[in-house]
Design a binder for this molecule. Structure first.
Ligand code: NAG
Ligand code: NAG
Ligand code: NAG
Ligand code: NAG
Ligand code: NAG
Length: 249
């Protein structure tokens, strides 16, 4: 049977695309690389951009660990809209902080910056221990000002696993910032495939995702984990093939 509909209503709602950024490991005198990647924001794991030039992309400061708390005035004076906090506290090779320590320092962070500046959660690793760390932090820091959940993703380079991970953090109702991700330990080809498969789907499949940043502009050729993830070639200062793909996405 034919069914005639007098009119059809389409609900077309376009989800805002998350803002593309980059974690910059470029030397201070190579900050032009940031703008060459066509990103709108960047960070360098520090409270201050120490670029010798001024990229057009917006700088976002970070208080990497408890040892950086005295640099809160520097981060505040950046005028950035957001402060990133402790980097991979669950990992002893990174900021190596207990949940209790992070919770106890939170009032200092809140007092140290202007009220207009939003505060991200610490960004744990994407291992089960990291996920437990953040869950415990959010549970214990119940009266803390936390405006954004910051995450890293180095699990399977698979579209569904990636979006399931982001979904699992969307339940807190806060915007998500994915501040590090790539296909660690894989070839450049694998990283290209991963970037091309997840980035165009982000707006639709991860509506809570507000910003993302690839790791990283440069990686050490001797680094067997990240050599396939570089957006810039550290020898030639040219975009890698992956960098050209990321630029265009
Ligand atoms: C940039 O900051 C890092 C970390 O504080 C420091 O090691 C480096 O020397 C700085 N570079 C310049 C050019 O200031
Ligand atoms: C990490 O912190 C613990 C104390 O919480 C300390 O015993 C350990 O040595 C630290 N690890 C590293 C690699 O600094
Ligand atoms: C942060 O910076 C703003 C100016 O951008 C200033 O008005 C404010 O007093 C600073 N806050 C703190 C806690 O230093
Ligand atoms: C960087 O460029 C050098 C010289 O052309 C090349 O040998 C090397 O494979 C390149 N590395 C990357 C990561 O693209
Ligand atoms: C070898 C390998 O793991 N390749 C992966 C590269 O990334 C694509 C897309 O995410 C995966 O489908 C491949 O399995």
């Amino acid at each position: 049977m034919l069914l005639f509909l007098p009119f059809t209503v389409f609900f077309i709602y376009t989800q805002a695309k998350p803002l593309k950024g980059v974690g910059s490991t470029s030397p201070s005198n190579h900050c032009d690389e940031i703008d060459r990647l066509n990103v709108v924001w960047y960070y360098n794991w520090l409270p201050k951009s120490n670029c010798t030039s001024s990229p057009t992309a917006q700088f976002i400061p970070m208080i990497w660990s408890d040892a950086f708390l005295d640099q809160l005035p520097l981060a505040n004076s950046s005028g950035a809209p957001v402060l990133l906090t402790f980097n991979e506290p669950d990992f002893d090779q990174q900021s190596n902080m207990t949940v209790e320590l992070a919770v106890s320092l939170w009032p200092q962070i809140e007092r140290g910056i202007s009220f207009q500046m939003k505060i991200s959660s610490p960004a744990p690793t994407s291992s089960p221990a990291g996920q437990r760390w953040l869950l415990q932090f959010l549970t214990l820091c119940i009266h803390c000002r936390i405006d954004i959940i910051a995450l890293h993703y180095y699990n399977a380079c698979d579209v569904d696993t990636f979006f399931a991970f982001l979904d699992s953090w969307a339940i807190f109702g806060l915007p998500l910032w994915l501040t590090e991700f790539d296909c660690m330990k894989r070839s450049e080809e694998d990283n290209i495939t991963f970037a091309q498969s997840v980035i165009p789907l982000m707006a639709k499949r991860a509506p809570s995702l507000q910003r993302f940043a690839w790791f990283a502009t440069r990686t050490d050729i001797k680094d067997k984990y990240y050599y396939g993830c570089a957006l810039m070639n550290a020898t030639t200062s040219e975009l890698t093939e992956l960098g050209s793909v990321y630029r265009a996405l």
